[in-house]
Design a protein around this ligand. Structure first.
Ligand SMILES: [Fe+2]
Length: 203
């Protein structure tokens, strides 16, 4: 068999509403059956993410969000549509463990087709959001290991638990007067430094 085709039946996964409810601003809001679709080919073949357009309880459709385990950076390219990337770096305790509810640095970056690739340093949690009326499609270069139990939907290099515990990132991106605006997630105790770009922050 052609080596390239070996894992093709494992490449695709989707993120259902039932899983996303853990990290939504309003978990009970009516959402689409699936929020986004993943095709994972790893570093060589790239990973493609396609997000549905729309809002769920006023919050724009997003990916779950995760931190990388170990020193693993990632670069995103923006293929179609428009959106926002949220990055957050957690504060650490004296042992170097991340503190789930203390954000050292938060960034919201508006992106879309034609935007230059975005480099995400190893220690920054990240998620992407669709703010447009079409699919928002990205390509990234994170690795995949098809020997893992759930390599495409929940890759072993990613920590989802810290995001789950805080019910999302430090800010939700919501539709406000027809446009995107950031809304604080009150589960977090502190956000020390923040860059919001041109996005307004509402209470
Ligand atoms: Fe990642």
């Amino acid at each position: 068999m052609n080596e390239r085709f070996q894992h093709v039946d494992q490449h695709f996964a989707l993120r259902p509403n039932s899983k996303m409810q853990e990290v939504l601003m309003d978990p009970q809001a009516e959402g689409p059956a699936n929020h986004y679709y993943m095709i994972r080919g790893g570093k060589d073949q790239t990973n493609i993410t396609v997000l549905e357009p729309g809002t769920v309880g006023g919050e724009y459709i997003k990916t779950y969000g995760h931190y990388h385990i170990g020193q693993l950076d990632e670069t995103y390219k923006f293929l179609s549509g428009e959106g926002v990337v949220l990055l957050q770096k957690l504060a650490s305790d004296e042992k170097g463990n991340m503190i789930p509810d203390m954000v050292e640095e938060f960034k919201a970056i508006e992106v879309g087709a034609g935007h230059e690739p975005l480099f995400i340093p190893a220690s920054y949690g990240h998620l992407i959001i669709n703010t447009g009326s079409t699919y928002f499609t990205t390509a990234d270069d994170s690795p995949v290991d098809f020997e893992e139990r759930d390599p495409v939907s929940l890759p072993g290099h990613a920590n989802y638990e810290l995001v789950q515990r805080m019910r999302g990132f430090a800010f939700y991106l919501v539709e406000h007067e027809g446009k995107p605006a950031l809304k604080i997630n009150v589960m977090y105790k502190d956000v020390r430094n923040a860059e919001f770009g041109n996005l307004p922050v509402i209470s």
